[in-house]
Design a protein around this ligand. Structure first.
Ligand code: MG
Length: 333
C-alpha cells in the first residue's frame, strides 16, 4: 500500500503560562500528519515532542517530514529512525487509524487541582461533575503550606475517590521522607508521582520501602528504553506513568508493557484531539485499568482540543470525524 503524506503545524497558547523546570511555557507547538492510502482512506497522527524527555525536537521532526518522499510505502514505515520517536508515533498511529478506525474505549479521567487553598473549591466542583481521581502538584511551595492543603483535601475526599501527588522530581531524600511521614495513616492517596529526580530511582525506592504510600515514576520512564529498564528490573514495583506520544514504536510498547497493565497510567503531553485519540487507543490496547491523566485538557481551551475536560473519556466522544474537523480548522487558521 502507498500513502500520501501531508503535514500542518500548530501553535496553541496555554490558558495560563505553565510553570516548568525550564521557566514558563506559553505556547505548545507541534505537527499534525494526514495520511491517505490508495483507496482514499484517511488517517491522522500527531507529532508533539516534549523537552528533556530524550525525544526529537520539533525542527528535527519538520526536517524529517520535509525530506520524506510525497508517497510512502509500508517499507518506509519500518525505517523511521529510532531517534525520531514522535514522528514514528504520528505516522504509525495515522496508518493504524486507516487500518482499524474503531477501537472502543472508556477511561476515567483525572481532574487537576490548583496548588493552593483554591484546591478545596476546585475539588468540590470536580466531585460534583463526577470526577473520582484528582491530581495536585507538590514540591512547588512551602512544604507546610502544601501539607495543610493536602490534609484538607484528604478530609473532603469520599471513600471511592483518590488523590495523586505529583512532585515532578523536586523532592530530595529528606523531603520525600517528610512527605511519607505526613501521609502515614492517611487514606485517599493513590501515589506520589516522580518523587525524586531522574537517576535517583534507587534511592527513592529504598526510602519508599519503609512506608505504605506508593511511589510512581513518570519522567524516569518517558522513553521506551527507560521503561524497558525499569520494567525488567526488580527495583520499582509502583505505578508507571507513560506518555504514548513519546514512545516511538507503539506496537512494541503494547507487546512489552501490556503485562504491566495494572501498573500503567496513561498521560498527556498537551496534545491536540489527534494525539489524544492515539494515547487513548494505546491505553485500550495496553488494557490500562486506572484513570488516565488528561486533566491537562483544561490548559489548552481551543478548537484543536477535540474534547472538553470530562470525568470520562470515551470513543463515542472522540471519533474520526472530530479529527477530520481539527485538520480542517487548522487549514483555515
Ligand atoms: Mg507527572
Amino acid at each position: 500500500m502507498k500513502y500520501q503524506v501531508e503535514t500542518r503545524g500548530y501553535r496553541r497558547r496555554f490558558e495560563r503560562p505553565l510553570a516548568t523546570a525550564n521557566g514558563p511555557w506559553r505556547v505548545r507547538e507541534g505537527l499534525l500528519v494526514r495520511l491517505e492510502d490508495e483507496n482514499g482512506r484517511i488517517g491522522f497522527g500527531e507529532v508533539a515532542p516534549l523537552r528533556r524527555t530524550g525525544c526529537e525536537t520539533l525542527p528535527a521532526a519538520r526536517r524529517f517530514f520535509q525530506e520524506l518522499p510525497p508517497r510512502l510505502d509500508d517499507e518506509r514505515f519500518r525505517t523511521i529512525p529510532r531517534d525520531l520517536p514522535c514522528c514514528r508515533v504520528a505516522l504509525e498511529s495515522a496508518r493504524a487509524l486507516i487500518n482499524e478506525p474503531e477501537i472502543p474505549f472508556s477511561f476515567a479521567n483525572t481532574a487537576l487541582l490548583p496548588g493552593s487553598e483554591l484546591a478545596i473549591l476546585a475539588l468540590e466542583r470536580a466531585l460534583s461533575e463526577g470526577y473520582k481521581t484528582f491530581k495536585i502538584k507538590i514540591g512547588v511551595r512551602d512544604r507546610e503550606e502544601e501539607q495543610k492543603v493536602i490534609a484538607a483535601l484528604l478530609g473532603g475526599l469520599p471513600d471511592d475517590a483518590e488523590l495523586r501527588l505529583d512532585a515532578n522530581g523536586s523532592l530530595g531524600p529528606r523531603t520525600l521522607r517528610s512527605w511519607l511521614e505526613f501521609l502515614r495513616g492517611r487514606s485517599g492517596v493513590d501515589f506520589i508521582e516522580q518523587p525524586m529526580a531522574v537517576g535517583d530511582e534507587e534511592e527513592a525506592a529504598e526510602i519508599g520501602a519503609d512506608f505504605q504510600t506508593e511511589l510512581a515514576l513518570d519522567e524516569s520512564v518517558s522513553a521506551q528504553g527507560q521503561l524497558v529498564n525499569v520494567a525488567s528490573g526488580r527495583l520499582w514495583t509502583g505505578p508507571l506513568v507513560i506518555k504514548p506520544l513519546l514512545f516511538g514504536d507503539l506496537e512494541e510498547l503494547v507487546r512489552m508493557a501490556a503485562p504491566l497493565n495494572n501498573r500503567l497510567i496513561v498521560s498527556s503531553v498537551f496534545e491536540t484531539g489527534v494525539g489524544l485519540l492515539t494515547a487513548l487507543r494505546t491505553a485500550a490496547a495496553l488494557g490500562v485499568e486506572d484513570a488516565v491523566g488528561f486533566g491537562t485538557l483544561a490548559h489548552l481551551d481551543d478548537e484543536l482540543r477535540g474534547l472538553r475536560p470530562a470525568p470520562k473519556l470515551t470513543s463515542e466522544n472522540l471519533s474520526f470525524s472530530t479529527l477530520a474537523e481539527i485538520w480542517e480548522r487548522l487549514g483555515q487558521r
